[in-house]
Design a protein around this ligand. Structure first.
Ligand code: FNR
Length: 369
């Protein structure tokens, strides 16, 4: 069957992957309310397209932290991609480079920063989890820098792992033939099997729960790389991130895997954008599956978006070819959305191109029968 949109890869991945792996990729936290809401909220934002504008040429290029990319659609960090496909992060890195966009490599990748760099040129960011042992962190950041990574995406929503019940039931753990490659030499590359989610136990043992704003400053003393704070959902924290020297903010709820009943990221975006006051770029991830989603995020002030699960599902289905197709489908859908909305370049996408629930002064009265 021909694949015609990004979401279709999920069913294929479900068929192909062991249940433990698929559930780990797909799950959200607890009731998974936010998981559904990340998608549903996009459907409550509608377009106000403009017509009779010459859209024979569409320019989707943009710059992120000074790096020119072909479209405002980038790859979010997702852990352990070799569980999806033997080429794992290598395939993702090659597909991102071919598409002219940015890949973010997870700290918990099954390929190291050096291995991913060896796949060839490409603009890449490194996602950082802060371990209790700060020597481990400093060493890893230095390795990422040396391997040519261009920014650090500091994940700030994970002092503890969210409660993902499928992982608890499945006793999720990294398969024994794989390693968290960035930590291989440090005796932190394996995950023990436990009576719980193996990842939750790993996080409880290794990740620094005391992480705070002063550590964002500390990070700036050990690296010159720009820091994106990943996991901001409120205006208050957006202001603190700017004060702490962040180069950018990623509005994210970790793909609904951490605190359940936080709002969909697309609903939290505008508040963060307003608080950032244009001092740093604001990005979004969570539930982006369509070109229309990308457009809506940009209309509400995002400088670009990232997506996670479709990479894993397309990797499982078709390896690098799958990830390339996902990037291509999102590109084509986004271009079409721009054309049908009358926007020729990203700076022509405005707040007036969308209408949201909260733009309406009152709920619409019900029609009288
Ligand atoms: C993630 N995410 C994530 N984030 C992070 O900072 N470090 C990580 O290692 C991971 N790992 C990870 C694994 C899996 C299986 C998923 C689904 C997600 C979160 C990720 O970066 C991003 O915020 C979400 O995936 C975005 O939501 P969508 O696009 O998956 O809906």
């Amino acid at each position: 069957m021909e694949i015609t949109n990004v979401s279709e890869y999920e069913a294929i991945a479900k068929q192909k992957l062991p249940k433990m792996v698929f559930d780990y990729y797909a799950s959200g936290a607890e009731d998974q309310w936010t998981l559904a809401e990340n998608r549903n909220a996009f459907s409550r934002i509608l377009f106000r397209p403009r017509i009779l504008i010459d859209v024979s040429k569409i320019d989707m290029t943009t710059t992120v932290l000074g790096f020119k990319i072909s479209m405002p659609i980038m790859i979010a960090p997702t852990a352990m991609q070799k569980m999806a496909h033997p080429e794992g992060e290598y395939a993702t890195a090659r597909a991102a480079s071919a598409a002219g966009t940015i890949m973010t490599l997870s700290s918990w990748a099954t390929s190291s920063v050096e291995e991913v760099a060896s796949t060839g040129p490409g603009i890449r960011f490194f996602q950082l989890y802060v371990y209790k042992d700060r020597h481990v962190v400093a060493q890893l950041v230095r390795r990422a820098e040396r391997a040519g990574f261009k920014a650090i995406a500091l994940t700030v929503d994970t002092p503890r792992l969210g409660r993902r019940e499928a992982d608890i039931k499945n006793r999720f753990t990294l398969p024994p033939y794989l390693t968290l490659k960035n930590f291989e030499g440090l005796d932190l590359g394996k995950m023990d099997k436990s009576n719980d989610s193996g990842l939750a136990s790993y996080v409880a043992g290794q990740i620094d729960r005391s992480l705070s704003w002063k550590d964002v400053k500390w990070l700036q003393t050990i690296t010159k790389l720009p820091i994106l704070v990943k996991g901001v959902l409120t205006a208050e924290d957006a202001r603190l991130a700017v004060q702490a020297g962040a180069a950018g903010i990623i509005v994210s709820n970790h793909g609904a895997r951490q605190l359940d009943y936080v709002p969909a990221t697309i609903l939290a975006l505008e508040e963060v954008v307003k608080a950032a006051q244009g001092r740093v770029p604001v990005f979004l991830d969570g539930g982006v599956r369509r070109g229309t989603d990308v457009f809506k995020a940009l209309a509400l002030g995002a400088s670009g978006v990232f997506f996670g699960r479709p990479v894993l599902y397309s990797l499982a289905a078709e390896g690098e070819v799958g990830v390339r197709k996902v990037l291509q489908m999102l590109r084509e859908e986004f271009e079409l959305t721009m054309a049908l909305s009358g926007c020729r370049s990203l700076n022509e996408i405005t707040r007036n191109h969308v209408v949201t629930d909260w733009d309406l002064p009152h709920p619409r009265p019900l029609p009288r029968l």
